[in-house]
Design a protein around this ligand. Structure first.
Ligand SMILES: [Zn+2]
Ligand SMILES: [Zn+2]
Length: 166
C-alpha cells in the first residue's frame, strides 16, 4: 500500500502550501491556491497562480473584513451573451453562466448556478468593487423626479412611495 501513503503525504503537503483540490477553470489542470487578500481578514480566496483568476465561494466577498465588495452579490446580475470563454465550475464541474451587473454591461463575471460561486478573471475583482460602489451611489437619496440609470421601475416606485411617506 506504499502508493496510498505517498498520496496522503502529498495531500498534507498540498494543504500546508495552500493548494486546493480545485483546478483553474481557465488554465485547466493548474490547481488554485488559497490566498489571503491583503488586509481583509482571515478569509482566503482561491487564486490561480498562472492567470491570477479568482474563485469566490458564495458569500465570501461579504465575509472579508471592511470589504469594499460588501453586498455586491446581491446586486442585480443578468445573463449576458458578451465576449466570453466557456468555463466549468471548479467545484461542481458544470458550465458557469456569464453574468453582467444590470448597470455595467461591460463587466462580465461567471457564476455557478449550483453553488453560486463566482469566477473572476484577472482584474475583475476591481471591477466588482466598482459594481459595489455603484450600488452605494444608486442607493443615495435621489434629487429630482428622474429615475436614476440602472434602477428598475419597481425599485424606483418603492423609493418614491418611501419618499412620499417621509
Ligand atoms: Zn488560471
Ligand atoms: Zn459550482
Amino acid at each position: 500500500m506504499g502508493w496510498l501513503k505517498t498520496l496522503q503525504d502529498m495531500m498534507t503537503h498540498d494543504k500546508s502550501a495552500g493548494i486546493t483540490t480545485m483546478d483553474c477553470p481557465v488554465c485547466r489542470g493548474t490547481p488554485l491556491r488559497q490566498t489571503r487578500l491583503g488586509d481583509y481578514g482571515n478569509v482566503t480566496l482561491d487564486i490561480c497562480p498562472t492567470c491570477h483568476g479568482i474563485w469566490v465561494e458564495a458569500g465570501e466577498l461579504d465575509r472579508l473584513d471592511g470589504s469594499p465588495w460588501a453586498n455586491v452579490e446581491e446586486h442585480h446580475f443578468h445573463e449576458t451573451e458578451g465576449d466570453h470563454v466557456e468555463a466549468d465550475c471548479p467545484k461542481c464541474a458544470i458550465l458557469l453562466t456569464p453574468l453582467s451587473p444590470a448597470d455595467m454591461p461591460d463587466v462580465i463575471v461567471d457564476r455557478c448556478s449550483q453553488c453560486n460561486g463566482f469566477w473572476l478573471d484577472h482584474g475583475e475583482l476591481d471591477r466588482m468593487k466598482e459594481v459595489a460602489q455603484n450600488l452605494d451611489a444608486s442607493a443615495a437619496p435621489v434629487i429630482g423626479d428622474q429615475k436614476p440609470a440602472g434602477w428598475s421601475d419597481l425599485r424606483w416606485n418603492i423609493h418614491r412611495l418611501k419618499a412620499t411617506r417621509d
